[in-house]
Design a protein around this ligand. Structure first.
Ligand code: 5AD
Ligand code: SF4
Length: 441
């Protein structure tokens, strides 16, 4: 009988893409049907640990499977990803949830097939967490089973060397490892040949792409190469670290028509004292200078960011600096986070942790500041015609949806299927970050 699988994903786009790799592995092992948890023969949790609530979510949902496993002992439960890669996490997980069958980490995802075989006929759980790798090797081939047409993610590098003081990523993802350019190009070209219309290049810090290989082939060069293709498509990338964001990349964005004029440039905070404690290696002024350069070279460019409140020792004055920077930078939208101490990071050991009430109050004010900027920019869309890449059909709203170059969601009604097509919409409604309009023929 056909075996079915369910993958539960937490965290960033890197994880979403890695779940496509997990799907590829499971399919190769004979699990060929996607199913809900209740029906699946194997459930794989691909976890995140960037903030405490990401872990709590995963813990809650894994715990809820205890009954299911009891009623259906043949069900396989596997847990992998960033959460399990943390020091001591696998043991903790095993203790708390003895019914979990397989535990793996971020560095041996491609081994999942073998771990499933190992578990066969064995009572004890299979737990394998391996330390970080030096080179890409197994990570350098495309094993994904993709379901995101017309969008595709392509990893260009893994890991992070920056050690921002709040961040767990370098600990769970290891040092920077860049994929070879020819392999990335082959993957991107194959996707475009298949008819994919949008490619998002993924890396924790795309600006340091190639540094681990002597810096002979850089990220802007990679963009140039992919954009040699003549057909219409979109190229996006994330994430850029402002400290290495520079003129060459701005040039590549400006010159290559396919590269979307939308840059995600996480600033985190507006206070130089806090930025220093965060080990970000730039000041608010330097950040704004780069934004200015970008806006000059790429007129109409949209900028998004990540912001954090409640970093240790953050005062009201520091927070006001963040609010001021939000106003000055003119973000089209921002992801806002409450600082969450992560065991093993430098910031978690700092004095001056901020009480929850203060964090709550600041995040509410920050969200309001960000939203008011977004609303202002959205209302400017009214009556305009925008080009959308149609990506999906919303069953609830009975509307097609897609995004414009700048990442704005656009909804429209149509009798025909437009998924995978670039269409033009005349915008009739603009609320928050989403737009609604009618198809322009
Ligand atoms: N607490 C809160 N937010 C965090 N981020 C990273 N680490 C933490 C943490 N410990 C945020 C940063 C980063 C985004 C992906 O998550 O803003 O850019
Ligand atoms: Fe992504 Fe970081 Fe979460 Fe890992 S810990 S899933 S790299 S956000």
């Amino acid at each position: 009988m056909e075996k079915s699988y369910c993958i539960v994903t937490y965290g960033c786009q890197m994880n979403v893409h890695e779940s496509e790799k997990i799907a590829g592995i499971l399919r190769a092992k004979g699990y060929t049907r996607e199913a809900r948890e209740e029906e699946a023969d194997i459930i794989v949790f691909n976890t995140c640990c960037i903030r405490e609530n990401a872990e709590n979510h995963a813990y809650g949902n894994i715990g809820a499977l205890k009954k299911m496993k009891k009623a259906r002992p043949s069900l396989l439960i596997a847990v992998g990803g960033c959460m399990t890669q943390q020091d001591g996490a696998a043991e903790k997980l095993k203790k708390k949830f003895p019914f979990v069958d397989i535990v793996f980490g971020t560095h041996n995802l491609e081994e999942l097939g073998r771990l499933i075989d190992l578990k066969e006929g064995r009572k004890k759980a299979v737990v394998e967490i391996v330390p970080g790798k030096e080179r890409v090797e197994g990570e350098d081939k495309d094993i994904s089973f993709r379901t995101s047409y017309p969008n595709a993610w392509v990893n260009i590098m893994y890991g992070c060397n920056n050690f921002c003081s709040y961040c767990i990523v370098p600990y769970v993802r290891g040092r920077e490892r860049s994929r070879r350019p020819e392999n990335i190009l082959a993957e991107a070209n194959a996707l475009l040949d298949e008819g994919y219309k949008e490619i998002t290049l993924l890396g924790q810090n795309v600006n340091s792409y190639g540094n681990d290989a002597g810096g002979v082939f850089t990220f802007p060069q990679l963009l140039d190469k992919i954009c040699k293709r003549k057909e219409k498509f979109r190229l996006r990338f994330m994430t850029s670290n402002p400290k290495d964001f520079g003129e060459e990349l701005i040039r590549a964005v400006a010159e290559n028509e396919q590269v979307c004029n939308l840059i995600h440039l996480p600033v985190q905070a507006g206070s130089d004292r806090i930025l220093k404690l965060m080990n970000r290696k730039y000041t608010a002024e330097e950040y704004l200078k780069k934004v200015e350069l970008l806006r000059k070279a790429v007129p109409g460019c949209c900028l998004t960011t990540d912001l954090m409140v409640g970093f240790p020792t953050e005062t009201e004055e520091d927070f006001q600096d963040t609010l001021r920077l939000v106003k000055e930078a003119g973000f089209s939208t921002a992801f806002t986070f409450v600082y969450s101490p992560r065991a093993g990071t430098a910031a978690a050991a700092m004095e001056g942790q901020i009480p929850d009430e203060v964090k709550k109050d600041r995040i509410m004010r920050l969200v309001e500041a960000v939203n008011s900027g977004t609303r202002e920019l959205s209302s400017a869309y009214l009556g305009k015609t925008v080009e959308i890449l149609c990506e999906d059909f919303d069953e609830k709203k009975k509307l097609y949806l897609g995004r414009d170059e700048y990442g704005r969601m656009g909804y429209f009604q149509s009798e025909e299927n437009h998924i995978g097509e670039f269409v033009r919409l005349k915008i009739e409604e603009a609320a928050g970050i989403s737009l609604q309009g009618s198809l322009v023929k």
